[in-house]
Design a protein around this ligand. Structure first.
Ligand code: CP3
Length: 352
């Protein structure tokens, strides 16, 4: 993976917002904050709106997806919206039978296990992304000065759902295919890079100010496997978005050992989970990369003084990096009291 390609010039989209400035490495008076999975089940207004609508149908209804995206911005005053969608939306839009089972995650009718299965994967018609473009357009109009973050799943994480047929703990079949049939693996990851790259670029073309690539399950990989069999495809997935000139964030769970390699695909900011202290993460990146993270989601359920002490520690360690965007180390748990998130945003904004 080449790490040397110069970044295209950043475009001027919400360039003066605290979020975009931090993503570009500038430190402001206070630390910007948003939460992964801020749109979703922790909010009663979300549960009410979603009632009776299937998850992926909700994502493909532009008015509903836009409204859900805006809900946490109104309620918590976070510094960014993240587009309400899902990493398997481009898979569905390509015509593959995938559903989201509540409490479980994405499930495929026919898992992709052989070279023939891979060869049968249909291309994604760019016109199929129309509801995504429409939802993003509605959202950025309503957001005004608050930036919208677009996102996509990285090819490895996406492929793991396709091969396993559903969520899995260690992606055993996926990692077996990587080594047993390298040609099928490369074809599968190319397909994933193509569709997920188009999904991310569509959001940015339609007005998103930044993008985040989720390689949630990359932490199951050795550095050698990540570098040889995954990173080149992640690099391809972000290429169309990168050419559009918005800052890009890359995030995975349990990926402390992969941090530099994940940064090396050509992103601007690294997201860090709760396992690795931010000062150590920054050290591993030569203290040269803006960081996002990494409040332990478990502590959202702790008494306020416990959470506050933890957040103070995260903010202090985040000072090691050129800039810091406060976030959780993974998504908001569905049982979180939304008032805790609102209080947390206020605390971060008033803490020097
Ligand atoms: O606020 C946000 O972060 C925006 C929306 C968002 C969703 N999914 C909505 C969603 C984002 C960024 C995602 C990404 C996503 N989806 C990832 C990467 C991030 C991560 O969590 O690691 C992954 C691995 C998926 C796949 C997926 N989709 C899972 C594992 C689940 C959970 C299943 C469950 O019910 O526990 C989903 C469903 C999903 N995606 C929900 C939401 C709000 C819950 C659906 C519901 O409300 O019933």
């Amino acid at each position: 993976v080449s790490t040397s390609s110069a970044h295209p010039p950043f475009i001027d989209r919400n360039a003066s917002s605290a979020l975009v400035r931090a993503y570009r490495g500038e430190r402001g008076e206070s630390t910007p904050v948003w939460f992964m999975r801020q749109a979703g089940r922790s909010l009663p207004e979300y549960r009410e709106l979603r009632m009776g609508t299937d998850m992926l149908d909700a994502c493909l209804n532009p008015a509903m997806a836009s409204e859900i995206t805006l809900q946490p911005v109104r309620r918590h005053g976070v510094d960014a919206a993240i587009f309400f969608s899902d990493i398997v939306i481009p898979v569905r839009l390509a015509g593959v039978d995938v559903r989201i089972v509540p409490g479980r995650g994405p499930v495929l009718e026919n898992p992709v296990r052989s070279a023939a299965d891979v060869a049968a994967l249909p291309p994604l018609d760019p016109d199929a992304l129309a509801p995504i473009r429409e939802a993003v357009g509605l959202t950025v109009d309503a957001l005004g000065a608050t930036p919208l973050i677009g996102f996509a799943g990285a090819p490895y994480t996406l492929a793991s759902y396709l091969v396993e047929g559903g969520p899995s703990k260690e992606q055993m079949l996926t990692r077996a295919m990587m080594h047993s049939d390298p040609d099928a693996w490369a074809a599968l990851l190319s397909w994933c890079a193509e569709i997920t790259g188009a999904f991310l670029a569509a959001q940015i073309e339609a007005g998103a100010s930044a993008g985040q690539l989720f390689d949630s399950w990359a932490g199951s990989l050795s550095l050698a496997d990540y570098t040889a069999h995954v990173a080149p495809f992640s690099q391809r997935a972000i290429a169309p978005a990168r050419a559009l000139g918005v800052p890009l964030v890359h995030f995975g769970i349990g990926t402390g050992e992969l941090l530099a390699a994940m940064h090396g695909i050509g992103v601007d900011v690294m997201g860090v989970d709760w396992r690795l202290p931010l000062d150590e993460a920054s050290r591993r990146l030569g203290d040269a990369v803006p960081l996002q993270g990494n409040v332990d989601p478990a502590l959202l359920a702790a008494p306020w003084p416990v959470l506050e002490a933890h957040v103070r520690d995260v903010l202090a360690r985040g000072k090691a990096a050129p800039a810091h965007v406060l976030n959780l180390g993974h998504g908001v748990p569905p049982t979180t009291d939304p008032d805790v998130l609102t209080r947390l945003v206020e605390f971060v904004h008033t803490h020097a």
